[in-house]
Design a protein around this ligand. Structure first.
Ligand SMILES: [Zn+2]
Length: 243
């Protein structure tokens, strides 16, 4: 029986054969055609399995030609040079000025990569279907926080996907085990990007000291910090839920 394969964003059936990461990024990382270590991580962010995975399997069969060559290509073009500078720690001061003005564009680029990463890897689906549709309509969903930081180490590419992280809530708020949530972090060279989602009807704030907040509002929290590695950054923040 054939499963229905349609674009995760728009439902179109004419699927593209592109990688989930743009060609310019693969070239910049020098990994076109290489193998990449795929890691599963547990709640505390410690890797529980490491295995070599042919990078070619990250060819995303679930994006259509129209999305790939249209809005996604536009997003890549808008961000390419800035991401290259950030991941190589070039002209950070200038890039922070760019981010302050264009944080929403870069946040969408980060969000697109993260949700495609989740859809293309063998990790369980953490990202709700409506998040893909929301981005296609031009919006990052409510409850999503996107942070950027720099790492002392410089691997080619790394990522972590977990269904959680620490939540601190007002005593009066009920404990919910069924809350939809995820933390997905990826690293390209020295650049760390983290997308945290926590679905709540109350107020939420993701505290991530030392990181640069891209979304929902641009901001630098405390002194920008150099994290040791992706795991250090992945487990660093705390979600607050309050009335
Ligand atoms: Zn599409």
């Amino acid at each position: 029986m054939e499963t229905k394969r349609v674009c995760v964003f728009c439902g179109n059936k004419n699927l593209s054969k592109e990688h989930i990461f743009a060609q310019w990024l693969l070239k910049e990382l020098g990994i076109l055609g290489n193998d990449v270590i795929m890691t599963h991580a547990n709640f505390a962010g410690m890797p529980i399995s490491n295995r070599k995975h042919p990078f070619s399997k990250l060819v995303n069969g679930l994006v259509c030609e129209k999305c790939n060559n249209g809005w996604m290509s536009q997003l890549e073009g808008d961000c390419q040079q800035h991401i290259i500078n950030l991941m190589n720690l070039n002209g950070i001061k200038t890039e922070l000025i760019f981010l302050e003005e264009h944080y929403e564009t870069v946040a969408k680029w980060a969000f697109k990569n993260v949700i495609l990463l989740n859809s293309a890897t063998n990790y369980r689906q953490l990202v709700p279907t409506k998040h893909y549709i929301s981005l296609y309509e031009g919006n990052i969903p409510n409850g999503v926080f996107i942070d950027l930081a720099f790492s002392k180490n410089n691997p080619t590419i790394e990522w972590r996907q977990t269904p959680g992280g620490l939540v601190i809530k007002d005593k009066s708020l009920p404990f919910r085990t069924d809350a939809s949530r995820y933390t997905i972090t990826f690293q390209i060279k020295n650049l760390l990007i983290k997308v945290v989602f926590y679905d709540s009807e109350e107020n939420t704030f993701y505290e991530d000291e030392g990181a640069i907040r891209l979304y929902p509002q641009f901001g630098v929290y405390g002194e920008p910090k150099m994290f040791n590695d992706i795991d250090n950054f992945d487990v660093h923040g705390v979600m607050h839920e309050y009335l």
